[in-house]
Design a protein. Sequence first.
Length: 113
Amino acid sequence: MADCIFCKIISGEIPSNKVYEDENIYAFRDIEPQAPVHVVVVPKEHIESANDITAENSGIVASIFEKIPQIAKELGVSESGYRIVNNCGKDAGQTVKHLHFHILGGTEGGKLY
């Protein structure tokens, strides 16, 4: 999608602080972190929201969830704990119309907000 900020980040058109990348996934540090560790994980394929997950693209979402524990370990939060957050739609706080998951951690006692 030409006007999608996450597609532009994935393509390198907009710089980011990348923490992980493979053929299907791109993960980068959030520019407005809500926790000491705040990484956004996106599929490289443009999927607008969780409402748009289908049998054809669900394998990409599965691969994201298979990689999140590895990313969390590399970020140093796998043992202490972390949250995985997805906002679906405007009323849930989805501000970018590209499916994405937030990894949030690094706070004592889970107080993230």
